[in-house]
Design a protein around this ligand. Structure first.
Ligand SMILES: NC(=O)c1ccc[n+]([C@@H]2O[C@H](COP(=O)([O-])OP(=O)(O)OC[C@H]3O[C@@H](n4cnc5c(N)ncnc54)[C@H](O)[C@@H]3O)[C@@H](O)[C@H]2O)c1
Length: 359
């Protein structure tokens, strides 16, 4: 198991921004990409944080990720929007798309936004948080165009990606519900993190290249590949298929249907539904019913092994509060991969080390 560095937030921001300059990004993009990735680490989702940079670098170097690209509107039909990301950084494309969708939902009460061809959109919860910050509900169905890594229910090999589903629901006067998960038992990035740390993955999350159960994360990281299982048996598998049909075939015009693992780029398709609850329901009734329900649920006595009943979004806020103060843990293997990627992008790895306070 490799050494874990704990890096103070401001030092990590300085170091990661240096790495991102290697993509040739304009200053706003450098900040958007670095801050979005670090935010994923802060919320506890290291799988979608700075550890993605080596993959982004590989995608960029083979021409599959295009820095300094902005979202384009392909179809504008009132509450229906179709946007294209042209393989630009998802951290920029996702934010620009959400700004457009939020403005439209404010104007019309709702917006259904199809986004295709964005490079990796990272932690999808970040996009739901933009909507709930404006008092809006948002739902996101996402597919992943990359090497297939998740097996269908009953299948022995991988046929699609970890297809996340995300929802943000404002709770008046309270912190919002942010439900944000991969439809696989564990996110692929979590198998990479486990592999880098020399740890096992939980039983029941992975099969090997012969379709047998395994706890060895290598089967998701290096060849010969096995597959991650969908969460919740046939039900989670059904949601994964829904994300591929809605986020992929419908929103992006691009779904997974071959075993091509030759490309490093990761494209996301995303169908987003944004609703202004104040235009749909009596705000006072919604507030009263939503808060009464949440209070009722959280009053359930915790059973053995649990401290309390929590709502989706709480673990991320707790992690963020802790890591902003204590710093962000980064395992040594991931950090070494980031320095290596910096070098490949023409950024001096020693300068990155110094900025992180590690020399
Ligand atoms: N861009 C992509 O291609 C892609 C693909 C897959 C996943 N992702 C992202 O990966 C991230 C991690 O996904 P994951 O599946 O590993 O997440 P996860 O299994 O950690 O589940 C996270 C969700 O469960 C909630 N949760 C956790 N513990 C809880 C508890 N005790 N009580 C109530 N709710 C609780 C969290 O608040 C959150 O909504 C997500 O942000 C997702 O968007 C992105």
């Amino acid at each position: 198991m490799s050494l874990t560095h704990t890096i103070a937030l401001d030092a990590l921001q300085a170091a990661i921004r240096q790495v991102v300059t290697g993509f040739g990004s304009a200053p706003d993009e450098v900040k958007a990409v670095a801050d979005n990735l670090i935010e994923a680490n802060l919320t506890g989702h290291d799988s979608h944080g700075i550890g993605m940079l080596p993959r982004y670098a590989a995608a960029f170097l083979e021409g599959g990720l295009k820095p300094n690209t902005h979202v384009k509107t392909v179809v504008d039909a009132g509450a229906l929007l179709r946007l294209d990301g042209d393989a630009g950084f998802g951290q920029v494309i996702g934010a620009e798309a959400m700004h457009i969708g939020i403005a439209r939902a404010r104007q019309l009460g709702c917006c259904i936004m199809a986004l295709g061809n964005s490079h990796h959109l990272g932690r999808i919860g970040a996009w739901a948080e933009m909507a709930v910050a404006q008092g809006l509900v948002s739902l996101h169905f996402v597919n992943v165009i990359s090497r297939a890594i998740v097996a269908p229910y009953g299948g022995a090999d991988a046929r699609f990606g970890t297809n996340p589903f995300t929802a943000g629901v404002p709770l008046p006067g309270r912190e919002p519900l942010i439900l944000d998960f991969a439809t696989s038992v564990i996110a692929q990035g979590k198998t990479r993190v486990a592999h880098n740390k020399g740890e096992s993955v939980p039983p029941g999350s992975l099969i090997d290249d012969t379709g047998q159960d395994t706890v060895n994360p290598r089967y998701s990281v290096i060849e010969p590949f096995g597959a991650i299982l969908a969460f919740g048996a046939h039900k989670g598998y059904g949601m994964a298929v829904l994300c591929e049909l809605l986020g992929g075939a419908l929103a992006a015009g691009m779904a997974v249907h071959d075993g091509d693992s030759s490309k490093k780029r990761v494209l996301n398709g995303m169908l987003t539904v944004i609703i202004d609850p104040a235009r749909l329901a009596d705000p006072a009734v919604y507030a009263q019913e939503a808060l009464a329900f949440v209070d009722w649920v959280k009053a359930s006595p915790p059973r053995a092994g649990f401290e309390s009943v929590r709502l989706a979004g709480e673990p991320e806020r707790e992690s963020r509060a802790r890591r902003v103060v204590q710093g962000v843990p980064v395992d040594g293997t991931t950090w070494a991969e980031i320095l290596d990627a910096a070098g490949k992008l023409g950024v001096d790895p020693m300068a990155v080390q110094r900025a992180a306070g590690l020399v």
